[in-house]
Design a protein around this ligand. Structure first.
Ligand code: AMP
Length: 402
């Protein structure tokens, strides 16, 4: 039985899925979330296949204790789904930043672990927890192979002129300052899934994938390779997001810092936590609340946030259509891309010059499922595809370990 345990360790949370790979990963055995790791009253929400959801509160001092708790629940005779930890074939870890070292998923050896540790300086918010997850698992299950799957890896095919910033070249040479991009696992998954669904040749196609969730990014994919993407050295660049600015005049940030006397932490909070849809609307970071406020309450700032959000996606689609010299396929995914007909409609409106024409009625009905929303005569196929990053991690892990 090839069961893969997928772990996504955040700074104070651990998400997990146990997936049986017999049917290419179609069989989800259990999933859960452990919240407040390292704080008081950590909460575990666990759901095993064919069993009632289970919730418990514990003292979980760190990631190792958290993973230990998760493993115990997985083998628990009542709440669990496996008889023993030997039933776990391998563990796949989501790792945010792989720097330039990793252009694909990797079996975790001591060398690989050290390189992931080195990437901590590039992603100080995410990689430390990913790295802790790996070292904890090595202690708890030393015999079981582990694989790292990187959010940045898919974008390593970008040409240098696309990934460089116009800064002094030495900053790239010495400190590796450049665009890396994120959500790579998702962009790759939805692109391939869309090609498979529509029977398109993934090695001969120009595609733009829009991952629109709390974090949002867009990628230009040519013949299966990412050639550009909107997130950069960090996940703050590019599209407007729930609480992040996306693209912003750097001079504006310096001006605000000087004028308001902000230090680095305050500036960081401003661009990452207080801006985006939330900052503009003053309502919420959640697109459902924004749509309600804009349409039911006539809230002008919520309407502005919606207009800005979709306008910025449209600008990127135009730019990427140019980078690709045309576009055949546009894919929407992420919580907003999968569920918000309002955003999809606003993004695709008046794009007939590019050959994009969606079926408005169909678009209104599609939520969270894989479905074409363009009209048959649209030159560009527009499709909604739910993402499944855990499944990609499980598949990569199984393939690499085998
Ligand atoms: P994700 O980060 O991919 O899980 O996406 C989460 C975001 O998706 C939420 O914050 C919402 O903004 C958005 N979302 C989820 N469901 C809907 C919906 N039905 N309509 C609009 N936005 C939604």
């Amino acid at each position: 039985m090839k069961n893969i345990l997928v772990l996504n360790c955040g700074s104070s949370s651990i998400k997990y899925q146990l997936i049986n790979m017999a049917n290419n990963g179609a069989d989800l055995l259990a999933k859960g979330l452990l919240d407040r790791v390292g704080l008081d009253n950590s909460k575990l929400s666990h759901k095993a296949k064919d069993k009632e959801p289970y919730e418990t509160t514990h003292e979980v001092s760190d990631h190792e204790a958290g993973i230990d708790l998760i493993l115990k629940v997985l083998v628990d005779p009542e709440k669990g789904v496996i008889n023993s930890l030997d039933d776990i074939f391998a563990v796949g870890h989501r790792v945010a930043h792989g720097g330039e070292k990793f252009s694909e998923s990797a079996l975790i050896t001591e060398d690989v672990r050290k390189n992931i540790e080195k990437c901590i300086e590039l992603a100080p918010l995410h990689n430390p927890a990913n790295h802790k997850g790996i070292t904890s698992m090595q202690k708890l299950l030393p015999e079981i192979p582990q694989v790292a799957v990187f959010d940045t890896a898919f974008h390593q095919t970008m040409p240098q002129y696309a990934y460089m910033y116009p800064l002094p070249y030495e900053l790239y040479e010495e400190d590796k300052i450049r665009r890396y991009g994120f959500h790579g696992t998702s962009h790759k998954f939805v692109f391939e899934n869309a090609c498979e669904t529509l029977n398109l040749d993934k090695n001969n196609i120009k595609a733009i994938t829009c991952h629109l969730g709390n974090g949002a990014s867009i990628a230009a994919i040519k013949d299966g390779n990412s050639i550009d993407t909107s997130m950069g050295l960090t996940p703050v660049e590019g599209l407007m997001m729930g609480t992040r600015t996306g693209d912003l005049d750097l001079g504006a940030l310096l001006y605000i810092m000087r004028k308001k006397g902000h230090d680095l932490d305050q500036a960081n909070a401003l661009i990452n936590k207080k801006s985006g849809v939330h900052g503009i609307s003053g309502v919420s970071y959640d697109m459902r609340d924004i749509e309600d406020a804009a349409f039911k309450d006539g809230n002008k700032r919520a309407q502005l946030a919606l207009n800005m959000y979709s306008y910025r996606i449209r600008k990127y689609i135009g730019a990427y259509a140019t980078a690709l010299n045309g576009v055949d396929l546009i894919v929407f995914t992420g919580g907003i891309g999968e569920n918000s007909e309002v955003v999809r409609q606003a993004v695709c409106e008046n794009m007939d010059f590019l050959g994009i024409k969606i079926d408005e009625e169909k678009n209104q009905k599609i939520r969270g499922k894989c479905e074409l929303i363009s009209v048959p005569e649209s030159k560009v196929k527009v499709i909604v595809t739910p993402t499944n990053e855990e499944l990609v991690i499980a598949r990569d892990t199984a393939r690499i370990v085998e």
